[in-house]
Design a protein around this ligand. Structure first.
Ligand code: DX5
Ligand code: ZN
Length: 219
């Protein structure tokens, strides 16, 4: 089994202190930083864009795992690459040509993630699976932190793991939304190797983020 990594979502951080919050996550043992970018159109909420990512870049060398919930996404990829993203994850529904957008992300030497909403089938990205570094399995409908985990996605994680092994694909399997100390074990056992978490990391155990990161890694 691959080493389990935790990618805390700064959506639940104190937005007036984002630089310090990222340092705090690094000190607490975060493996990467999950940045949720929302446009009020692809999802019904608005967050941050490239200038904020650029400003945060100097606070850490941790991987910036940037989740773009914006449409149309293609024309903004360059800005997010230049702002200092390391992994750029897009939703297939947010681009006219997924293959072109994947190539575009790669042209900036960035890792490519593709995200599947709870109701998006694996089959719609099947031809691209060999070109993808990471699949972000949404376990809530994107837009807000603090939602309830949708258990049906466990089967999707298992299928992705099975396809990966059968075809010797290289993608990481990351899960995002409603992760807590119970379902974390279920998604790890199903085949996920990266867990995103906002609410659990920042709010459980009176905000002891070190303890929360460690607990999420336990199987
Ligand atoms: C949802 C975002 C997630 C989410 C994670 O649209 O992509 O990253 O905020 O937060 P929790 O762990 O609170 O569900
Ligand atoms: Zn996310």
């Amino acid at each position: 089994m691959k080493k389990i990594q935790i990618s805390p979502s700064i959506l639940s951080a104190d937005f007036s202190q984002l630089g310090n919050e990222i340092k705090r996550l690094e000190d607490a043992g975060a493996d990467m930083i999950h940045v949720d970018v929302m446009d009020g159109h692809f999802v019904p909420n608005l967050t941050i864009g490239p200038p904020v990512i650029k400003a945060l870049r100097k606070y850490t060398n941790l991987i910036f795992d940037v989740h773009l919930m914006i449409s149309p996404v293609h024309k903004y990829i360059e800005d997010f690459a230049n702002a200092g993203s390391d992994i750029i994850t897009i939703h297939p529904e947010a681009t006219d040509n997924l293959s072109d957008s994947i190539k575009h992300i790669k042209s900036f030497k960035k890792k490519v993630g593709v995200s599947l909403n709870p109701n998006t089938e694996i089959s719609i990205i099947e031809t691209e699976l060999k070109n993808i570094d990471l699949i972000l399995v949404m376990s809530v409908y994107p837009g807000f932190g603090g939602q309830k985990f949708i258990p049906e996605v466990i089967e999707k994680i298992k299928s992705l793991k099975k396809i990966k092994e059968e075809k010797s694909y290289q993608y990481d399997i990351e899960v995002d939304g409603g992760i807590n100390f119970t379902n974390s074990k279920d998604v790890i056992n199903a085949g996920a190797n990266i867990l995103v978490s906002g609410t659990t990391i920042f709010k459980e155990n009176n905000g002891n983020i070190k303890k929360n990161i460690e607990t999420l890694k336990e199987v």
